[in-house]
Design a protein around this ligand. Sequence first.
Ligand code: SRM
Ligand code: SF4
Length: 683
Amino acid sequence: MYDRDIDHNSDRFTDTQIQRYSPEVPMVKTPIPPATKLSKVEGVKERSNYLREPVATELLEDTSSFTEEATQILKFHGSYQQDNRDNRVKGQEKDYQFMLRTRSPGGFIPPQLYLTLDQLSQEYGNQTLRATTRQGFQVHGILKKNLKTTIASIVKSMGSTLGGCGDVNRNVMAPPAPYKNRPEYDYAWKYANNIADLLRPQTGAYYEIWLDGEKVISGEEAPEVKAARLHDGNGTNIAGKEEPIYGDHYMPRKFKIAVTVPGDNSVDLYSQDVSLVVITDNQGELEGFNILAGGGLGRTHNKEETFARLADPIGYVDKDDIYDLVKAIVATQRDYGDRVSRRHARMKYLLEEWGVDKFRATVEDYFGKQLTPYKPLPEFKYEDFLGWHEQGDGKLFLGITIENGRIKDEGTFKLKTALREIVQQLSLPMRLTPHQNLIVHDIDPAKRSTIQEILDQHGVIIDPNAIDPLVRFSMACPALPTCGLAITEAERVIPSILTRIRALLNKLGLEQEHFVVRITGCPNGCSRPYMAELAFVGSGADIYQVWLGGSPAQTRLAQAYVDKLHLNDLEVQLEPIFVYFKNGRQTGESFGDFCSRVGNDAIREFVVTYEPETATAEAINEADIGNDLKTTSARKSRPRISVRPDVYAQIKEAATRQSKPLTELVTEVLEAYLQTNLEANSP
Ligand code: SRM
Ligand code: SF4
C-alpha cells in the first residue's frame, strides 16, 4: 500500500509508488504489465478502501475543504469540490463550496425527491437547481458542513448521488418522452434502470459516510440484475472484491451509457461510451438490443491526440444476454483502458486504436459468444416534446423548457416557485431531458387548467411556438463561476449570444431560420457542442473556438472552423457564413447540413472574399470561381488600393487562416499600424 505521498503537481506516480503498486494490481486479464507509470488517481482509488478514505475522516474535520486526495474520492459519492470563482481574491482562501449531482436513470425524478432538492437548494445551496445534460439535477453552493445532511436528505427521498461523478458508470440516459402506449419506451426505461443498478458501486462506503450505516433502500433492484452482477462470465468479475465488477481500481475513467428506441435520438446516442437501441418484434415484444460503442466528446485544445468521436455500431444481442454483454464491454474497458494517461483513458481511444473488429473480438472473449449483426434502424430524429401532449393512457404530459439549464426565480419569471407549487399541489413525477428541459407527466386532464394558472401566475411560458427556436434547441454548460475547468463563460453568456445571432439572422433576411447552437466554457464538451450545427467552445477570456456542421438530429460530428473568435467579432465572423448559407443552401437544407456539405474550406474561401455591402449571389459566384479580384458595382464606389501580388497572397492566406474577410483583416492591420505610428510620432 502507499503512503499519502503523491506529487500533486504531477499526474503520475513517483517511481517508488510504481514499484509498490506493481505487484498489487489485481485486474483480470490485464494485458500490459502494470509497471508502467500509472496515473496518480489509480493509487488514490486503491488506497481509498472502496471509496471510504480519506473522505470519512476529513468529513469530521472542522475545515471548509477536503484535501486533493479526498476530493478525488468524493466525486464517486456524487460531489465536486468547487469554489465561487467570482469571489476569488489573490492571497485569500478560496470560497469553497460543493456541487452535488443526482443519479437519476432516464431522468426520472419522483415528486418527493423534487421537493427535497428544491428545499435543499434553497436552504443549503445557491437557491437554484441545475438540470444537467445527462438528465440529472445539480445543486451548487453547498458548504462542507452541510454536505452530509444534504446527501442524507436526498437518499431518504428516493434519490441518490452515488456514482453521479467519478470513474464509474455515470447516469444512464433514456428517452424522456413518457409515452405509456409505446412499449419500446417502457423497455428503454426499464433497462436504463436495471443497467444503472447492475453497475452501481457496491461499496458500503456511501451509506456508512452519509447515513451512519443506515441502508436506505431507494427501490428494490430486480432479482435478474442481482444475479447478473454475480455471474462471472469469462473474467467479467473480479473475485473476492467488495466491488465484483469494478474491483478496487474502478474504471480507468468515467463511463457513459444510454438506452434508446429506434428513431429517437433525444439521448445523443453517438456521443456515449455505449448506446443500446431497443429492438422489438411486430407485436411490440422485446427481442434484444443493437449495440453501439466508443463515442465520447472530451478533448483538449491543441492536443491533437484528444478528440471527439462518434460511437460505432458493434452488433446485436438477444434480451437475455444484455447484462452479460454490458459487463463484457465494461470489463474490456476496465482491463484494457489506459490507466497511465487520464487524458487518453476513455473507451473511445480503444475503439479508435483497435478498430471495431478487434474491440468486438475482445468483448466477445469476455461475453463467451459472438455478437450477431447490427439490425437496420430507421433514421434517428430529435424532438424536444415541449408543450402539452397526450401520453397514451388518457393522461397528459407537459414539456417545459429550462432556459440555460437553470431553474431559478428571477424578477417576474419564477420557474422555481411554479414547479414547486405544481409538484406540491399535484404530486406529479417528472423526467429531465438530456437537453435541459423537463417533462411533468401523469397529469389528469382535469388538472391542466390548474397547472396552466400556476405557470401563468409565475410568468412561465410553455407554448413552444412562443419560444425562439434558437433558444429552444440551444444548450450551454455551467462554466463560470462554479466550474473549476472553465476558461470562459457559457451559461451566463448564451442569452446574449443567441440574441445577437437572432438579430443578425433577421438583418440578413433569415428570420425563420434556426439551428442547434451549443456553448461550453472549455473543450471538455459538457453540453455536447461537437454534435451541434453551430458551437462555441471556450478557448480564452471571451474567446471561443467555433465548430460548424453537426446535424439537427445530432448524428454527425461538427468540424472546428476557427480557433479564436472574440465575442466582439461575433457578427463580423458569422455574417458571411450566414450569407453563404442563405444563397447557397439547397431546398430545405439546414444550416448544419449546409456547412457539412460545402465544407469548412469552401466557407473560409467565401468568407475571405466577402464584402458586407455586397451580400448577394455575386459574392457566392466569386467564391465559387475563386476570382477574388472580380469587381462588383459596390466595390467600384469605394476607394481601392493596389498591392503586390505576393503581398496579396500573404494577406489572403492570413485571412483564410483566421476565417476573416480580407477587408476586415487589412483594415485591422492598417489601423494597428497607423495607431503605432501616430503614437511613435506624437510629441
Ligand atoms: Fe462534464 C467535467 C459539468 C456532462 C465531459 N463536467 C465536468 C465538471 C465536473 C468540471 C470538473 O471536472 O471540475 C463540470 C461541473 C460544472 C459545474 O459547475 O457544475 C461538468 N458535465 C457537466 C454538466 C453539469 C453540464 C451540463 O450543462 O449539464 C453535465 C452533467 C451530466 C450528468 O448529470 O452526469 C456534464 N460532461 C458532460 C458531457 C455530456 C454527456 O455526458 O452527455 C460530457 C461529454 C461527453 C463525454 O463524456 O465524452 C462531459 N465533463 C466532461 C469532461 C471531459 C471528459 C473527457 O473524456 O475528457 C470533463 C473533464 C474531466 O472529466 O476531466 C467534465
Ligand atoms: Fe466546465 Fe468545461 Fe464542462 Fe463547461 S464544458 S462545465 S467549462 S468542464
